[in-house]
Design a protein around this ligand. Structure first.
Ligand code: FES
Length: 105
């Protein structure tokens, strides 16, 4: 099935500095608003499966609450160990007041 956009929140429900976790198909996704920019990443740390969206947000980086690995929300790249593999990211768009994430379910 082709990827398509799914509405995950309204812009009111996801203010700047906030994050939500959504499940779409078998994907568990953390969706973030950083200063009006929206990002979506797989909510599973590549080190040992920690729940990334429970971590601390530092600029555009999320710190895994389990062992402190950091990932860049913009591209999923690792910014701090112990993780070595990037985390998948998903395209995000805003349509009207709806925040939408593109997922291939
Ligand atoms: S599970 Fe995320 S740093 Fe270990």
């Amino acid at each position: 099935m082709a990827a398509q956009y799914y509405t995950v929140a309204t812009t009111d429900e996801l203010p700047s500095g906030d994050r939500i976790v959504v499940e779409i198909g078998h994907h568990v996704i953390g969706v973030f608003n950083v200063d009006g920019h929206y990002y979506a990443i797989r909510d599973v740390c590549t080190h040992d499966d920690g729940p990334l969206a429970d971590g601390e947000l530092i600029g555009c980086e999320i710190e895994c609450p389990r062992h402190g690995a950091r990932f860049d929300l913009r591209d999923g790249s690792v910014k701090s160990p112990p993780a070595v593999l990037p985390v998948p990211v998903y395209p995000v768009r805003v349509e009207g007041n709806e925040v939408q994430v593109e997922v291939d379910v």
